[in-house]
Design a protein. Structure first.
Length: 133
């Protein structure tokens, strides 16, 4: 059975722009994929069209099984993680094996404060709850 996994050895999942993230990729596949890649990206979820932006990608020599530690540096200027009533912006690191779009993922929070901004409330722009202040 195929499996792919990405973990953060330190256990941290919140990072500030410009920080380096150390991620561990581990995989066991029935056969060698054509490509294997670790990807740092953000994406939106919610009403309307979704958006995805690949920030960094690191190729790994394809093999049926293995492990690799990757160091990925977040750019200094990136959108912060946020959750709102209509849309949320989320960050993740994935290990992707092609063909077949098989992937393992770890979700992250990227923000100068280390916390996801929560856009809820009754203000004209949704407001911000107390946890984001």
């Amino acid at each position: 059975m195929d499996w792919l996994e990405v973990t953060i050895p330190s256990g941290r999942t919140a990072f500030a722009p410009g920080e380096e993230i150390e991620a561990a990729a581990v995989w066991q596949l029935d056969e060698s994929p054509k490509s294997l890649e670790v990807r740092l990206f953000w994406f939106t979820e919610g009403k309307g069209d979704s958006d995805t932006e690949l920030v960094l990608a690191e190729s790994i020599e394809p093999s049926p099984s293995g492990h690799r530690t990757c160091r990925l540096r977040l750019p200094d200027l990136v959108p912060s993680s946020f959750s709102g009533k209509l849309v949320s912006l989320l960050w993740a690191i994935e290990l992707v094996a092609e063909p077949g779009a098989r992937a393992g993922r770890v979700n992250l929070v990227v923000s100068p404060t280390g916390q996801e901004l929560r856009l809820y409330g009754d203000g004209p722009w949704g407001g911000a709850d107390a946890s984001a202040r």
